[in-house]
Design a protein around this ligand. Structure first.
Ligand SMILES: Cc1cc2nc3c(=O)[nH]c(=O)nc-3n(C[C@H](O)[C@H](O)[C@H](O)COP(=O)(O)OP(=O)(O)OC[C@H]3O[C@@H](n4cnc5c(N)ncnc54)[C@H](O)[C@@H]3O)c2cc1C
Length: 434
């Protein structure tokens, strides 16, 4: 029997995906209970010597059969609905609205959000799987995880019943795209320094200010905005306010040109006397900083999850590449330097995976603390930087070519040590407990 979560996901999958899930489910239980790579090996795929070995650590004991079924469906979605369009989206600087709705229909948005609000009702591993299947293929364009795992929870945890009913189902369907506006030209790491204000005027707030580096900024229909409602109180005068992007006075700036994440839109946003009803306040006035502190741990874990997945993806591609590419009459894989580099990377990835999965377990138990989340982000970001560099090197000149995933992974990796709190801020958080 599939549980409610898997049924919810399956119900919302496209017909072809649902059919293949069904097919999967009819396979012998023994096959389903094996790890994905083991199952592939058993099915005869990936017959090379390297792929045949499956460590007990690759099994990820926390994953149930339903997680694996969900993973196969997610994998198929990213392979068929995202990968073929990604190069065009890189040129456009953003993905299509259509892919958001397709992801919603496939049950890939709001995977952990309760079913009564249109979510998948899953756990932290469902959310991780959705991110992993996207990032293993270096498909960094769609800002699904920011929307699903970071922004929707702000509305779920602090919003009124009316706000939840109004926004969350649309967001889970991919019909309302969201952004979160924290950073400003003069305040990134130091969020206490933000200058955007929301001044109460009768039944409204009047918002003035600007934001920078906002992911999904060009596409967003709804923004969770961080603004000062009482500038005299510093951090304790900060609130979170929902701002619909069709409000007069709201303007999107440029879609910023970036080193990586080329298919993801990142924008400046401007607020010039934007009026929103006071009922758009999320939670209590002046409690915004506390809410940010409560939610930033999850954001950091999500970035850790995606960094780990991206590193695993580029590593798998590189193992394949060095086995195929020849130099001096033998494969690149046969050089001792290559073997040692791959062994070092495998070691880092295995250790990193165990830590990330432990954090996901803690997240499920409601016990993930900000320090563990900071360690996850710091470690995975550093590891990704190192692994993408080594993998690119093992590709030689081809690794520098954009059409190779090694190049895209390398470019996309850089920001993982910057956004969601820089590596230096992570070290600061960790060191405060020592
Ligand atoms: C692609 C991209 C997407 C983003 N998406 C979003 C988004 O959706 N929403 C959003 O609100 N923001 C977003 N950001 C902004 C991001 O969170 C900030 O860039 C980040 O928090 C750093 O802030 P900053 O750029 O102002 O750097 P600064 O705070 O100016 O930092 C500059 C340097 O000083 C260091 N530093 C700062 N303070 C300390 C300290 N106390 N100790 C030691 N070193 C310190 C930093 O580590 C860094 O190396 C995004 C950024 C990028 C690049």
């Amino acid at each position: 029997m599939l549980s409610r979560v898997a049924l919810t996901c399956a119900r919302r999958l496209t017909q072809s995906t649902a059919a293949s899930i069904q097919q999967q489910h009819q396979q012998p239980r023994a096959l389903l209970s094996m790890g994905a790579s083991a199952a592939r090996a058993a099915a005869g795929a990936g017959s090379s010597k390297q792929q045949a070995y499956v460590s007990p650590f690759d099994e990820r004991p926390q994953l149930t059969d339903e997680h694996r079924i969900f993973r196969d469906a997610a994998r198929r979605f990213f392979e068929t609905e995202v990968a073929p369009h990604h190069a065009k989206w890189e040129q456009d600087g953003m993905v299509s609205r259509e892919v958001w709705e397709k992801a919603g229909a496939a049950g890939l948005l709001g995977t952990t959000i309760p079913v009564e609000y249109g979510g998948g009702g899953g756990d932290a591993f469902h959310a991780a799987i959705a991110v992993e299947e996207q990032l293993r293929l270096q498909l960094s364009g769609p800002g699904f995880s920011l929307h699903s795992d970071i922004i929707i929870p702000y509305i779920l945890h602090y919003g009124s019943e009316e706000q939840k009913q109004k926004w969350i189902p649309l967001m889970c369907q991919g019909k309302a795209i969201s952004a979160i506006g924290m950073s400003e030209p003069s305040a990134g790491s130091d969020l206490q320094g933000i200058k955007t204000t929301a001044v109460r005027d009768g039944d409204d707030y009047v918002i003035n200010g600007s934001k920078i580096f906002i992911s999904n900024g060009q596409m967003a229909d709804i923004i969770v905005l961080v603004a000062k409602t009482d500038p005299s109180k510093g951090a304790h005068g900060t609130s979170l306010i929902l701002v619909e992007t069709d409000r007069p006075g709201f303007q999107r700036g440029r879609n910023l040109k970036k080193l990586g994440l080329k298919a993801q839109d990142t924008s400046e946003l401007f607020f010039d006397n934007v009026r929103v009803p006071a009922s758009n306040l999320l939670g209590k006035e002046n409690h915004g900083f506390k809410y940010l502190m409560q939610e930033l741990g999850t954001e950091r874990l999500v970035i850790g999850v995606l960094s780990q997945a991206s590193a695993e993806g580029v590593f798998a591609d590189t193992v394949k590449y060095v086995n195929e590419r020849q130099a001096f009459g033998k494969s690149i894989a046969s050089f001792q330097n290559t073997k040692f580099k791959l062994a070092e990377m495998k070691t880092q990835l295995s250790v990193g995976r165990v830590f990330i999965d432990r954090c996901l377990e803690l997240q499920n138990q409601g016990k993930l603390d900000p320090v563990a989340a900071a360690i996850a982000k710091l470690h995975a970001g550093d590891m990704l930087a190192k692994i993408t560099d080594e993998c690119l090197q093992l590709h030689g000149g081809y690794g520098f070519m954009w059409e190779y995933t090694a190049a895209r992974a390398y470019a996309d990796a850089r920001v993982q040590r910057i956004y969601g709190g820089t590596s230096e801020i992570m070290k600061d958080i960790i060191s405060r407990t020592l």
